[in-house]
Design a protein around this ligand. Structure first.
Ligand SMILES: Nc1ncnc2c1ncn2[C@@H]1O[C@H](COP(=O)(O)OP(=O)(O)O)[C@@H](O)[C@H]1O
Ligand SMILES: [Mg+2]
Length: 282
């Protein structure tokens, strides 16, 4: 069985977080290799991992995704998830999400009271995300982005508590990790050009956070006419709302970092098993 972990030219062998996963796949007898996206692939399954430069080459990336033998997550999932406007669809399904409005280029934005975030609808690694109170500055940022964007009230709990990332394999909860706040005032700076450096740690989620993450995955699966178990991998990022209840900040079904360095090797073994099941079905 041959599995390709898709990366990008800037990070051809990933960012180091997936060493435990590669080790688990090798231990399980899988022929596993990293390969930057963009060139022809031979594999039973291609698993999107550190493909983080695609926001600048979206059409090319999706064309390549459509051409590979078997993709995880599957192409319809990627197409839906790559555009953060899904936040509005999940909200319409009754999922508690960070309030989100979508602003298309040329549209007059309506900004929330107080601090708010403007970020590109298609984006990764916090690139292009900015935190504003001044409407003129936020408008200038929207214009400089020149693409569809999201506007959300800034969730001040992020300053104190960051966000919790809950990781699922084949629809089953695996593990969690913690991410510190990413946005100072103004615009996040991506020194690497690919992503803003993250401060990560270990954390145990609350029952309510796990329940929200399951609700998010079930709602997303229903919107896509799939089952939750059809998501080979998923990361649900939650923050705490003003009332203390968890809110969805981001659902990552495309190329999430999965925090293997922050958990036990069992997480990597679980992912290895799920990958093999998906590859044998593909
Ligand atoms: N509404 C918000 N309130 C507080 N912080 C936010 C908000 N939106 C984004 N952020 C911060 O910006 C980071 C990047 O935004 P996110 O929506 O996760 O996009 P991505 O990780 O895909 O770039 C988050 O990790 C968080 O620290
Ligand atoms: Mg994020």
């Amino acid at each position: 069985m041959r599995v390709v972990l898709a990366s990008c030219d800037r990070l051809p062998s990933g960012d180091g977080d997936e060493e435990a996963l590669v080790a688990a796949l090798v231990r399980d007898g899988v022929d596993v290799a990293w390969q930057p996206w963009g060139t022809p692939v031979e594999a039973d399954l291609v698993v999107l991992r550190t493909t983080w430069d695609y926001p600048d080459h979206l059409d090319e990336f999706l064309t390549w995704c459509a051409a590979v033998p078997a993709l995880a997550n599957p192409l319809p999932v990627v197409r839906w998830n790559i555009d953060k406007s899904y936040m509005a669809e999940l909200a319409a399904r009754g999922v508690p999400v960070v309030p989100t409005t979508v602003v298309r280029p040329g549209e007059e934005p309506v900004f929330p009271d107080g601090e708010f975030v403007v970020k590109p609808a298609v984006g990764a690694g916090s690139r292009g995300a900015g935190r504003f109170t001044d409407h003129a500055e936020a408008r200038a940022h929207l214009e400089s982005l020149g693409v569809k964007a999201l506007v959300q009230p800034y969730q001040s709990s992020v300053d104190a508590h960051g966000e919790t990332a809950l990781v699922f394999f084949a629809g089953e909860y695996s593990h969690s990790f913690h991410k510190g706040p990413m946005l100072a005032q103004g615009l996040a700076e991506a020194e690497s050009g690919l992503y803003v450096e993250e401060r990560l740690g270990s954390i145990e989620p609350s029952e309510r956070q796990v329940a929200l993450a399951e609700q998010v995955l079930d709602a997303a699966a229903a919107l896509l006419s799939l089952r939750r178990s059809d998501f080979l991998y998923a990361r649900v990022d939650v923050v705490t709302g003003a009332d203390g209840e968890p809110l969805l900040l981001e659902l990552e079904l495309t190329e999430p970092s999965l925090g293997f360095r922050l958990t036990t090797d069992e997480a990597a073994s679980r992912f290895s098993k799920a990958i093999q099941q998906a590859a044998s079905r593909a």
